[in-house]
Structure formats: C-alpha cells, structure tokens
Design a protein around this ligand. Structure first.
Ligand code: GLP
Length: 240
C-alpha cells in the first residue's frame, strides 16, 4: 500500500489526475474505473485541464462507473450518469459509447448486473478510482455480515442516504437502492486509487487501512489489494 498525504487539495488533485493521465499516456486504450461523490470532483477538473492543454486524450479510453441509483434516469441531475457527463465526459474527448454507468432504470436488475459484470470481466479495469463512505463503504457496498462479490442491487443504509441527501431536493428523494459493482469486481482492477478528504473521514480511513479486515468495513478489504495507492488530504490522513 502506498499512502500519500497532501498539504493542499490542489496538490492532491494534481497527483490523482497525474496518475490517471500517465496511465492514458502509456496506454491510450486504458480502461478506467470511475467514481462519483464530492471526493473525485477536483481530480476530474484537473483531468479536464490536462485534456485542454493537450497533455492527455481519452479518445481511445473506456470507462466503467462503480454505481448508479435505482430508479433514476441518466438525465436526472442527481444520477451518477449525469454527474459523470457534467464533470468529465462532456468536457473531454472520450467517446460516449465507451463510457459505462449501470442503468438505474433497467427493468430486470439482475440481468443488468450480470451484463455489467460480463463487460468488466472482458474489459479488465486498469485503474479503479474510489471514494470512501463515512461508514467504510466503497461503491455502494455497505457494511454487513456478508459482502456480495459481483455487481448487484444494494439497499442503502440510512446513514448513506443522509450523507447523499445534499444532492437531492429532500432526503425522501434519495433512492433506497443502487446498482453497485461488488467487492470482487473492484478488487479485480489492476490498480486501485482510494481518495479520502476531510477530518470527518480520518477515523474511518484509519480503521479501513490499519484496522482488521472485515466485511463491517468494506474498504478494509482494500488492504489485500497488491497495488493500492491512497491519496489523502492532511485532515483525513492526520493519523498516518
Ligand atoms: C457515495 C458513493 C461512493 C462515494 C461515497 C462518498 O455513497 N456511492 O462511491 O465514495 O458516496 O462520497 P463523497 O465523496 O461525496 O464523500
């Protein structure tokens, strides 16, 4: 595990974007595993800058997002598809046909999940970007006695719905379910970049990265990954 702590958000964003950009420079056909939430926004903004300056192209890249709310269409402003279009896809030269986000409106969720897993299995993610939930979740893999390996429809915990309510008009509008890549899908990525910001996540970051490996803290499984890089700001990484 490579633990990096940054003095400023700007330095962290540059380092995160730099890692993704160098992957694309060495292999323009790289497969990116992408994440949503407030954590990666600054990294996407830096990537857009690198694209605008001509340093990086996404023209041959493919992407797979971790998750999507069940019941939201891609045009809903709080959907993860809309988030990705706004923050990255519409601002760089990636081919929209090469961007994948689970379909939250799929009639048959099981079929959608199996289809998503088949694509990830075929395409092999080179770098998976991850944020960290306040309860240690990754994607929408919530703490539980058991974790589901493959892509599945997950029931969101109340704490997670509250944390994500800021993206919706009211808390009641936050969907109760989401399609998420499972922990096995995440762990299959050749490299994982976990990004953690803010004092409110310091304790869960410490637990996840130095505590016992347990399904009650899904991010703790990342300790088993052979190529994990963790980018934290000083507040989140105060313990490191
Ligand atoms: C959501 C997402 C996660 C994300 C987490 C943290 O629940 N499904 O992928 O990492 O929230 O979000 P934020 O970065 O906004 O704190």
């Amino acid at each position: 595990m490579n633990l990096l702590t940054f003095r400023s958000e700007e330095d962290l964003n540059r380092a995160g974007a730099g890692l993704i950009a160098s992957l694309l420079q060495s292999n323009p056909r790289s497969v990116l595993g992408l994440a949503t939430g407030s954590t990666p926004i600054g990294i996407y903004a830096e990537l857009v800058k690198l694209y605008e300056s001509g340093s990086v192209s996404f023209a041959k890249a493919r992407s797979y997002n971790l998750d999507e709310y069940v019941g939201l269409s891609g045009s809903h402003p709080a959907s993860y598809r809309c988030f990705m279009n706004t923050h990255l896809f519409d601002r760089v030269d990636i081919d929209p046909a090469n961007t994948h986000v689970p379909n939250g409106l799929a009639k048959d969720l099981e079929q959608e999940c199996a289809y998503y897993d088949a694509m990830i299995e075929d395409d092999r993610i080179d770098l998976q970007l991850l944020g960290l939930g306040h309860n240690g979740h990754i994607g929408f893999n919530e703490p539980d006695d058991e974790l589901i390996p493959g892509t599945h429809a997950a029931t969101l915990q109340q704490q997670t719905r509250e944390a994500n309510a800021r993206f919706f008009n009211s808390q009641d509008d936050v969907p109760k379910q989401a399609i998420t890549m499972g922990v096995a899908g995440i762990m299959k990525a050749a490299q994982i970049m976990l990004v953690v910001r803010g004092a409110a996540k310091a304790d869960i970051a410490r637990q996840a990265l130095t505590g016992p490996i347990t399904t009650q803290c899904p991010a703790s499984l990342l300790q088993l990954h052979p190529n994990l890089v963790v980018l934290m700001d000083e507040a989140a990484g105060a313990w490191a």
